[in-house]
Design a protein around this ligand. Structure first.
Ligand code: ACO
Length: 424
């Protein structure tokens, strides 16, 4: 095994170096503080590996994303979302019988406790659905206590996967004041979600295969993305042995921010602003470059991808295909294309390696499927759910897991004496 040397205050220390299965190199600093008294300072954790993982591999320079070794491009065209859920959570592709049983188990758990409907009643119709989703996910732990017993954990994982889509559709129904629609066991995951979103007591939902397939694709593309902000949050919370509902509810909150999953809603709002403002994309590219303005091109840039985001590539094509198949024309798609074109030829964006990310084109497709803008981040959460669960399970079963507890460098006042109030 090779080692890395560190010289601190004239003294030399040696640290083990190890490699992942794709030859990514890590210096093991586990003993750094104990040996040197110093800590590693890495705000934003851009250089810090918080765990080893067998779930997802990303090469940001080459634009590679694989779940359990399978390229995202193959899963996107040949798999289904529930098969990807099985793959992420269990580590291998299911055979036909296993997938059938997995889908049956999901169908068995789709109903939520009737009392949970009372929780929805307390929210104003204008409430953001992510606020309600976070509360509903943690509330599941009140109905299905998790005793850290492996069998109960397994059932609760299936409950969470199955009930999340019911809860997501209920948040929408609440926002438009329509009665909640109950799940149907004869539909697949995406179809059932669309049915609960769009059926009404007067009009059943007619499954449109183009819409259901597009939704399934979006869910697959969002299913995992290794140690991003929300997933690290799930692991962080779970490291205290908090149950899977509590940990995933925290992930929902982390995802909501506009720099993370909230960006898909922000992209559409930005494109609408540009449209209202006459469609001048260059003006907005200019604003994004202006350091005196807080404006950023939403849906652009990524901490890891510095060449292209393979999910965005798939979604750009899917946006064209879906809108064409549904015979929808959306002026925002033209603005998005124009904005991408302008940014990709601009020195500022080229230099900083800023490319469209997964959120740039996803919103255009959601719009075409009839999903309202406020629900976009919930859609992201629905897709990311199996990833959060797989990462929580891996962390929970890993004997190397310690409670997550970063250090800090204190830069406040040195010790001083308390003075009585009349002396200040
Ligand atoms: N528009 C304009 N400038 C940008 C953008 C953007 N979207 N993104 C990054 N930059 C600039 C920064 O101002 C910085 O410039 P500087 O070097 O002159 O100071 C440089 O590019 C590097 O940016 P950082 O913020 O340091 O990059 P970081 O890796 O911390 O952030 C992030 C990544 C949060 C995704 C960022 O690119 C961003 O805010 N994008 C817009 C929001 C977005 O689309 N988020 C979704 C990400 S994908 C996901 O979470 C699913």
């Amino acid at each position: 095994m090779s080692t890395a040397k560190l010289v601190l205050n004239g003294k030399e220390y040696e640290y083990p170096v190890f490699e992942g299965s794709e030859n990514e190199v890590a210096i093991d600093f586990t003993k750094l503080r104990a040996q040197t008294g110093a800590i590693a300072y890495d705000p934003g954790y851009g250089n810090t590996g918080s765990c080893t993982s067998t779930i997802t591999y990303i090469d940001g320079d080459a634009g590679i994303l694989r779940y359990r070794g399978y390229p995202i491009e193959q899963l996107a065209t040949q798999s289904t979302f529930t098969e990807v859920c099985y793959l992420l959570i269990n580590g291998r592709l299911p055979n036909a019988d296993e997938l059938d049983k997995f889908n049956q188990r999901l169908n068995k758990h789709t109903l939520v406790h009737e009392d949970m409907k009372k929780l929805f009643e307390g929210y104003p119709p204008s409430a953001h659905p992510m606020a309600i989703m976070s509360a509903m996910v943690i509330s599941l732990s009140a109905y299905h206590p998790d005793l850290l017993d492996p069998e109960i954990i397994d059932s609760n994982i299936m409950r969470l996967l199955a009930k999340f889509k019911t809860l997501a559709a209920f948040t929408y129904k609440k926002s438009v004041g329509q009665p909640y629609v109950y799940p149907r066991a004869d539909l697949n995951y995406a179809e059932d979600f669309l049915h609960m979103m769009f059926a009404t007591p007067t009009q059943p939902y007619q499954v449109n295969p183009v819409v259901a397939k597009a939704l399934d694709l979006l869910l697959i593309l969002h299913a995992d993305h290794e140690q991003n902000c929300s997933t690290s949050t799930v692991r962080m919370v779970g490291s205290s042995q908090a149950n899977v509902f509590a940990s995933v509810a925290a992930g929902v909150n982390a995802l909501w921010g506009p720099l993370h999953g909230g960006a898909n809603q922000e992209v559409i709002m930005m494109l609408e602003d540009i449209q209202r403002d006459g469609g001048d994309v260059q003006k907005y590219v200019g604003m994004a470059k202006d350091k005196n303005s807080n404006f950023r091109l939403m849906g652009f840039g990524h901490r890891v991808y510095k060449n292209f985001d393979p999910r965005a590539k798939i979604l750009k094509k899917a946006a064209d295909d879906v809108l064409h198949a549904l015979n929808v024309s959306d002026p925002l798609l033209d603005i998005a294309r124009g904005l991408e074109e302008a940014a990709l030829h601009d020195e500022y964006f080229v230099e900083r390696k800023l490319y469209p990310n997964v959120d740039f084109y996803s919103g255009i497709i959601y719009r075409a499927l009839g999903i309202p803008t406020q629900m976009f981040t919930v859609m992201f959460a629905l897709g990311r759910l199996p990833g959060w669960i797989a990462q929580w399970k891996e962390m929970h079963n890993d004997s190397a897991t310690r409670i997550n507890r970063p250090r800090q460098i204190y830069t406040g006042e040195a010790v001083r004496d308390y003075t009585s109030i009349d002396q200040r």
